[in-house]
Ligand binder design. Structure first.
Ligand code: FES
Ligand code: FES
Length: 250
């Protein structure tokens, strides 16, 4: 009799223990579902943000960015200045060239975090209102571009090349590098060498050199092209063509 009572009591204890364990597990699961789990990897926007204040084309900008954002991406994606182009994104084509504190840099290889307090000039900042920079006007006059993709970088580079020459900075083809600083006269070879980091897949090189030569020497060079005048367009003045274009036949 005594043994039977003990067995019953033992069975009751096991049942109570099982029930408590089940309720405990259920409560644990409920708590886990309602309380947010800390993320394993913090989102990039919350971590490691740097503040950069700088001057771009005469305007102050203050940005909060990840440290790995390049100057090119900051200009194009965050500030909306899309003049500087992303060609190779590897420092090999020059399409992204801008001027930082008076020197040309490849903005695809320049971290924005290193530009604190810098003075940046992009192709959009070269003109004064409606007045083009002389280098921009010379590129148009000499037809220094075709598709135009490389042109903002070419023009920024060319503007900086003129300053480098004015400051007497030698290049690989400067004949006498020991000559004490004095303005370097830019020959065509000097221009080609100094602009060799700017690739133009359209091959507008001869016209780019002519444009830079003109701005450097200040002497007007002959323009090698012009808009077609009335005489040139007269060959299109035939009734069949006018019909095709919807104009009334004479
Ligand atoms: S995009 Fe920078 S060098 Fe090509
Ligand atoms: S004008 Fe087309 S790449 Fe230079």
């Amino acid at each position: 009799m005594r043994i039977r009572l003990r067995r019953r009591r033992f069975g009751q204890l096991i049942m109570i223990g099982t029930m408590m364990a089940t309720v405990g597990n259920w409560m644990k699961r409920s708590i886990a579902q309602t309380s947010p789990q800390p993320p394993l990897v913090p989102s990039p926007s919350q971590s490691n943000v740097v503040n950069v204040a700088l001057n771009i084309n005469g305007k102050s900008h203050s940005l909060k960015l990840e440290p790995r954002v390049t100057l090119l991406d900051a200009l194009r994606e965050h500030i909306g200045l899309t003049g500087s182009k992303k060609g190779c994104d590897h420092g090999q084509c020059g399409a992204c060239t801008v001027i930082v504190d008076g020197r040309r840099v490849l903005s695809c290889l320049t971290l924005m975090a290193t530009c604190e307090g810098a003075d940046v000039t992009t192709s959009e900042g070269l003109a004064q209102g409606d007045d083009l920079h002389p280098m921009q006007a010379a590129f148009i006059k000499h037809d220094g571009f075709q598709c135009g993709y490389c042109t903002p970088g070419q023009i920024c580079s060319a503007v900086a090349v003129l300053n480098e020459a004015k400051n007497g900075e030698a290049s690989y083809v400067t004949t006498d590098v020991r000559q004490k600083p004095r303005a370097v006269q830019l020959t065509d070879d000097e221009i080609k060498e100094r602009m060799s980091g700017n690739i133009c897949r359209c091959g507008a090189y001869p016209n780019i050199v002519a444009a830079i030569r003109e701005v450097h020497t200040g002497k007007a060079q002959a323009q090698t092209w012009q808009f077609a005048g009335e005489n040139e367009t007269a060959i299109f003045d035939v009734p069949e063509m006018k019909k095709e274009t919807g104009e009334a036949a004479a």
